[in-house]
Design a protein around this ligand. Structure first.
Ligand code: SF4
Length: 372
């Protein structure tokens, strides 16, 4: 740490990083100063140190697929290039047989341990569609974890069924849902949501549905999609809303910061955002995530999907401990053209070995399966 110590003495965020090294979490105003600072590499030295202290030189990943079961959506988010309106010629919804066949093939080819199930807000799908799918997966593929449905999809099903979100969560859990992705959060500030996704659930609703899921024993990820119309204060608010809920429920297993990819979206068409934020901003977000969530949300993911393997290798040294999933079959980011590559488990293993780390394949709940 001698190099770090020397650089720390000169830095305007020295006090915050020293507190982090002593186990003291940055508060909201500290977080604001971190976001305003250009000392990204120094933040990374400290956040990387904290990560290695906890995990050693080791990174995990999960063999998984993303099942984007429908692209039909009535929510029209301006950042989304994936959805189609009901009745569109390009609209699709997977049948139960198609879901089974995709999972069977990926299980045989890739030995997947998780299926990440996400789709549009399709008003034609009743709860039985999801219950039947989850039951089938758990019965036929018991080794595969069902990680599915964002809070806003849960809200949509509740509206279709004229039921409460808690009742929907409870039924889906009984059918086999085991954990939830953090999608739909974007930035948990309504003035931002009013611009980028005005028809989507509010920030309070996102927090409430996550709270309900955690209270029912459904753990989840938390995410943040940054790099559009938000400002640093909005990011601070996002972080500390997650801190507050995690202090109450302890239900978040991981945090994943995503950068917004504007290609083919309405936001690019309307000139709101032209280009993505790029690699340095990703490293800054990863580093700040570790500093803010250290000891609270156990895992930080590398966000390789939009930034590529090289950036993911760096992210693992800036505070991420989990590479993420192989994400076979992902379609949402692919619609923006920003998907960096197709990954197999071997490519992830090689990428992690290249930085001198050992690799842990994990299951849906971050339990180790094998180490190499
Ligand atoms: S992000 Fe989700 S909710 Fe928004 S338009 Fe796309 S599919 Fe629909």
């Amino acid at each position: 740490m001698s190099q770090t110590t020397e650089q720390l003495q000169k830095s305007d965020i020295k006090d915050i990083l020293e507190h982090s090294l002593n186990g003291q979490r940055p508060g909201p105003e500290d977080c604001m100063r971190l976001l305003e600072s250009d000392d990204v590499h120094l933040m990374g030295l400290v956040s990387g140190y904290l990560t290695r202290k906890q995990f050693g030189k080791k990174a995990s990943f999960v063999n998984n697929i993303i099942l984007n079961y429908t692209n039909v959506c009535i929510t029209d988010c301006k950042f989304c290039a994936f959805y189609r309106s009901p009745g569109s010629e390009e609209a699709y919804t997977l049948s139960l047989d198609q879901i089974e066949s995709r999972i069977k093939t990926s299980s045989e080819m890739f030995n997947i341990r998780q299926v990440l199930i996400q789709g549009g807000h399709n008003p034609n799908l009743k709860i039985e569609y999801y219950e039947d799918a989850f039951k089938m997966i758990r019965q036929k593929f018991p080794e595969i974890g069902v990680h599915g449905l964002s809070t806003s999809e849960i809200d949509m099903i509740a509206r279709v069924e004229k039921s409460s979100t808690k009742e929907i969560l409870s039924r889906l859990k009984d059918a086999g849902l085991q954990s939830m992705p953090g999608a739909g959060a974007e930035i948990l500030v309504d003035s931002v949501k009013d611009v980028i996704s005005p028809k989507k659930i509010s920030s309070d609703d996102w927090i409430r549905i996550m709270d309900e899921a955690h209270s029912l024993g459904l753990p989840s990820s938390a995410t943040m999609m940054y790099g559009h119309v938000e400002n640093n204060r909005d990011i601070v608010d996002h972080f500390y809303k997650l801190v507050k809920l995690q202090e109450k429920t302890n239900g978040f297993m991981a945090f994943i910061p995503w950068n917004f990819e504007p290609n083919n979206t309405l936001m690019q068409e309307e000139g709101i955002v032209d280009i993505g934020t790029g690699g340095i901003q990703l490293l800054k977000m990863i580093a700040i995530s570790r500093l803010v969530f250290d000891g609270l949300i156990p895992h930080i993911q590398s966000s390789w999907l939009t930034n590529g393997i090289g950036m993911a290798q760096l992210a693992l040294q800036y505070g991420a401990d989990d590479f993420g999933g192989t994400l076979i079959g992902e379609e949402v980011v692919s619609c923006t053209g920003a998907r960096s590559t197709e990954l197999t488990d071997q490519k992830i293993i090689d990428a992690i070995h290249q930085i001198g780390y050992s690799v842990e394949e994990r299951d849906n709940f971050y339990n180790p399966i094998t180490l190499s």
